[in-house]
Design a protein around this ligand. Structure first.
Ligand code: AMP
Length: 397
């Protein structure tokens, strides 16, 4: 990777390194319930600690309006220290005298976690004075929080302009994977966009039709496209008011030479619940009181066949209501087909955003795809073709 400086370019020994990480982990009764985000930042922390840096972690937690115990990062310390296998010193602010003392008194290799950056309004405002106050306790800045990179905040963007800035290992892996997915992909490229609604993914679809060779539309979104083509979708989730928009996207795709694939058959049911009693029908045969809840076997076979002819896959959103079996079938079948080709070394497959991570976990392929991004908003903005401020600020100048 040439566009960004990485830890390979950083002189870390004895340096005070401010490291922006994502510790916005789910908690219940004061305990971390899912350590995925903690696990992802361990390589960066361990490497920097081993190279003798004073590793000073910066992160936000929740959406506090000022200081409050509920959003204190102190509660994350036990889980972080446990995962790291090393003590973590907590400092109850992220700027000021106490931080300066703790950092200057730390030994090389020591790991410190500073209090929630969002306890200060200056973080989200990217206030230059707050950036200066943060920077006062660092010799260099490492950003390992791709998931926060779509925000131009002091701790995600501002710091990169005032200190030598480097991508951490997780950020680096994410950027390399995303670049292989859309910026510089092996062609042909297929995108799968599923999920509930077209309205939340308009920009994403608009960008993808210009960039990919095949766009597979699944989930509730497909119903809107089918309805726009004049197909009766019964009681299915469908944004009828977006029919014209769906037709425009189809036109744009045609003009750009992007093939759009919609389901040709579906699993339909009368109730939105698990195992409700369902039938498989052609999309033209959905009854007025039925809902399309997953793509049918013919559609899945068509997608898998097409998938076998592409070199790159970018995926956001499930094919159906995957939380309710059997409407997970299409998502699981296509995910497994993709994983098989990734394992064989013939496909680059990048998936992410919102429910996609849990869909891939459900399919048991999260570790078998090339990359599954846990970043929600940042992943979607990247798929929309937007520049992410936290990433742009890291570019070599
Ligand atoms: P999103 O957050 O846009 O990726 O949407 C994910 C959600 O879409 C999941 O909770 C799915 O249950 C839901 N979904 C996907 N397909 C359908 C469908 N055909 N009908 C209703 N909900 C669906």
């Amino acid at each position: 990777m040439t566009a960004f400086k990485t830890l390979d370019d950083a002189d870390l020994s004895g340096k005070r390194a401010l490291v922006r990480v994502d510790l916005n982990v789910p908690m219940e009764d004061g305990k971390v319930t899912d350590t995925t985000r903690i696990d992802r930042i361990l390589p960066t922390i361990r490497e920097m600690s081993a190279k003798g840096a004073k590793v000073v972690l910066l992160a936000h937690f929740g959406r506090p309006k000022g200081r409050d115990d509920k959003n204190s990062l102190k509660q994350v310390v036990p889980a972080l220290a446990h995962a790291l296998g090393q003590p973590v010193t907590f400092v109850s602010d992220c700027i000021g005298e106490d931080v300066a003392k703790a950092v200057s008194g730390a030994k090389n290799g020591e790991v410190l976690l500073l209090e929630n950056t969002r306890f200060h309004a200056g973080d989200e405002k990217n206030d230059p004075d707050f950036v200066k106050a943060l920077a006062a306790n660092g010799d260099l800045f490492v950003n390992d929080a791709f998931s926060a990179a779509h925000r131009a905040h002091a701790s995600t963007e501002g710091l990169a302009h005032v200190l030598p800035a480097f991508a951490g290992r997780t950020m680096q892996a994410e950027l390399e994977a995303l670049s292989a997915g859309l910026d510089n992909p092996a062609r042909p490229v297929m995108a799968i966009v599923g999920g509930a609604k077209v309205s939340t993914k308009l920009e994403l679809l608009g960008n993808l039709v210009r960039k990919v060779d095949v766009l597979v539309i699944g989930g509730g979104m497909a119903n809107t496209f089918l309805a726009a083509r004049g197909v009766g979708v019964g009681k299915s989730l469908c944004e009828h008011d977006l029919a014209a928009t769906a037709r425009e996207i189809e036109e744009k795709a045609k003009a750009a030479g992007c093939e759009i694939m919609l389901p040709v058959d579906a699993l339909v049911a009368r109730e939105f619940k698990a195992h409700p009693g369902h039938r498989v029908v052609q999309v033209s045969e959905v009854a007025a009181d039925e809902m399309i809840l997953d793509a049918g076997p013919l559609s899945v076979a068509e997608v898998v066949l097409k998938l076998n002819s592409v070199k790159t896959l970018v995926w956001n959103g499930p094919f159906g209501a995957f939380e309710l079996p059997p409407f997970d079938t299409a998502t699981v079948t296509v995910a497994k087909a993709a994983a098989k080709r990734v394992k064989a070394g013939t496909l680059v497959a990048v998936a992410g955003g919102g429910d996609t991570v849990s869909a891939m976990n459900h399919a048991g392929v999260a570790d078998d795809l090339t990359y599954v991004s846990t970043a929600g908003g940042a992943f979607l903005e990247w798929m929309e073709g937007k520049a992410l401020p936290g990433v742009e600020a890291l570019r070599k100048r």
